[in-house]
Design a protein around this ligand. Structure first.
Ligand code: GDP
Ligand code: MG
Length: 163
């Protein structure tokens, strides 16, 4: 049986970097239809012997602060409803932000399964942020470095029983 995993979180935490790593090839951000935001991207992911569908949420990057919250909520809710599992990503070097807290609240109420990932976890600059992530009430954070491929084993261990 296969499953789908949606990667959610505020802009710039590293969602697309993880998506690209799981899908294994760079996907061009095609924006050939003016006015159409390609805000959910699907790909076929591989992680060791696991095969699943991964969904990247984008389209928030160009939002102003005013429009961010509503768009974020709608997009996140769509992704959550589509997916069997949500991977909620924060930036461990920044720590937990008020926007992260809003995501966490949506996920606690709505998602079937949540995996919490503290990304940009390479190096000691991430230590405090990883600890802070426990306070989101979403269980043990996985310390990831999507860019360097660290923590993928811990991601596997959390996905395996849900697969
Ligand atoms: P998204 O907006 O959440 O999709 O974030 P992106 O995947 O576009 O990444 C935002 C920025 O963070 C880019 O400059 C990435 O190279 C960088 N980034 C992503 N993952 C990591 C990581 O594990 N460590 C570090 N140091 N930078 C990362
Ligand atoms: Mg992105």
């Amino acid at each position: 049986m296969t499953f789908s995993l949606a990667i959610v979180g505020r802009p710039n935490v590293g969602k697309s970097t993880l998506f690209n790593r799981l899908v294994g090839k760079r996907l061009a951000l095609v924006d050939d239809q003016p006015g159409v935001t390609r805000d959910l991207r699907e790909g076929d992911a591989r992680l060791a012997d696991l095969r699943f569908t991964v969904i990247d949420t984008a389209g928030l990057e160009d939002a102003t602060d005013d429009s961010l919250q509503g768009r974020m909520r709608r997009l996140t809710e769509r992704a959550v409803d589509m997916a069997d599992i949500c991977l909620f990503m924060i930036d461990a070097r920044v720590g937990v932000t008020p926007v992260d807290e809003i995501f966490a609240e949506i996920l606690r109420k709505r998602a079937k399964h949540v995996i919490l990932a503290a990304n940009k976890g390479e190096g000691s600059a991430a230590d405090a942020g990883v600890l802070e992530a426990w306070g989101l009430g979403l269980g043990e954070p996985i310390r990831l470095s999507a860019e360097h491929g660290e923590g993928m084993n811990d991601l596997y261990v959390q996905l395996l029983p849900l697969s």
